[in-house]
Design a protein around this ligand. Structure first.
Ligand SMILES: Nc1nc2c(ncn2[C@@H]2O[C@H](COP(=O)(O)OP(=O)(O)OP(=O)(O)O)[C@@H](O)[C@H]2O)c(=O)[nH]1
Ligand SMILES: [Zn+2]
Length: 353
């Protein structure tokens, strides 16, 4: 079977994925994209394919290799069984709420992360920095979207604060209810582009998705669900096609974002402090009372805000804590695997001396 690359491009295929193909792959396999993950089934779609298959994990020992929304799978053209998953271009994940340890995959192969906040008390620099670190770590381009501009006297003040963050290059303020204004986001939503939205509850993510998809089937707060049992919030997870040709990932609100394994993301977002720290006299400088500390010197000179240093410290501490518990679990899993292997070998030796 052969495909026009343009047919695949509609689903978000790009040279990154072409580069993963073996010469005869497309003769025996169909590339499909995961459009939804349900309990016990995964929906996939591609040119001429729109089916449900059982959940797939390429490495049984590694939960991060579970096919998630946005992943590309090569299905056997006849049996429709997955042959393999193509290496991801990006991966958004978060610590699973409640368990404290497990990592939940949010979406793969996302091009742009819309970090949504509103021009009111939700606007919060530390929260933006967390989301920026998440985007950087996931290798997704961040765009900050300031909603409810229509309810605010001076949206420009919020725009300026967001732009002032060193790693921020794109900020848009919109009235998410106004389709015309939301068109300003179209450059990130063109053919085959995949966007995901993150932000606190109530900032307007569903409203934006509705405006971008031109549909009203995604529940917004305050609207009653069909079952009449009450307010429906975004709980499913799926890729929705936009009239502009792009795809939008509808993920549940990430209310308690925890940073896992985001050391390099933090370094990017706080590169100003990391750069300064290189000039401290001691490589182990804690930027506290040490002599010749470039960081405290910058604070004294007014070049760095002390609160920014504090936020960095807090995130570093949180990151260290999270990564430590993750590392503990990984080494425990590994030790368990080794023990099982050893026991199996012992048994074999015993049975076949
Ligand atoms: N005036 C105005 N209202 C908005 C805007 N964006 C969202 N709203 C309203 O704010 C409320 C919350 O919006 P949602 O889109 O449900 O927020 P959400 O981020 O999806 O919330 P969760 O589903 O809980 O994560 C709704 O009543 C929207 O109509 C905006 O830009 N301007
Ligand atoms: Zn220092």
């Amino acid at each position: 079977m052969t495909y026009q690359m343009t047919d695949l491009a509609e689903f978000g295929w790009n040279p990154h994925f072409s580069a993963q193909l073996e010469p005869d792959d497309l003769e025996q396999a169909v590339p499909v994209r995961v459009t939804a993950v349900h309990r016990g089934a995964v929906s996939v779609a591609g040119p001429g394919v729109d089916i449900s298959i059982p959940p797939y994990r390429s490495d049984p020992d590694d939960s991060e290799t579970t096919a998630t929304v946005g992943d590309w799978l090569l299905l056997d053209a006849e049996t429709h069984r997955p042959r393999r998953m193509l290496p991801r271009q990006s991966l958004l994940k978060r610590r699973l709420a409640g368990t404290g340890r497990d990592v939940q995959l949010i979406a793969a192969n996302v091009d742009t992360l819309f970090i949504v906040t509103s021009c009111n008390q939700d606007f919060n620099i530390p929260r933006l920095e967390r989301y920026l670190a998440l985007a950087s770590e996931a290798e997704v381009t961040p765009v900050i979207i300031l909603t409810k501009a229509d309810l605010c006297d001076d949206p420009g003040a919020y725009l300026r604060q967001a732009y002032a963050l060193p790693s921020v290059h794109m900020v848009e303020s919109v009235n998410a209810l106004d389709g015309k204004e939301v068109e300003r986001l179209l450059p990130w939503c063109s053919l085959g582009q995949t966007v995901a939205l993150v932000g606190s509850s109530g900032v307007g993510k569903s409203t934006l998705i509705n405006s971008l998809t031109g549909r009203a089937d995604i529940a917004t707060q305050g609207i009653r669900d069909d079952d009449g049992k009450g307010r429906h919030t975004t709980t499913g997870r799926a890729l929705h096609r936009m009239p502009s040709g792009g795809w939008v990932v509808d993920t549940p609100g990430i209310r308690e974002l925890q940073l896992t394994d985001v050391q390099s993301g933090l370094d990017d977002v706080f590169s100003d402090i990391v750069d300064l720290a290189r000039s401290c006299r001691f490589s182990t400088c804690r930027h506290d009372t040490e002599p010749d500390c470039a960081v405290t010197a910058a604070i004294e000179a007014g070049a760095l805000e002390e609160s920014r240093l504090e936020r960095w410290r807090k995130l570093i501490a949180e990151e260290a804590f999270n990564s430590a518990s993750l590392a503990q679990r990984r080494s425990r899993d590994k030790a368990f695997g080794k023990m099982v292997k050893r026991a199996t070998k012992d048994k074999k030796d015993y049975l076949e001396p």
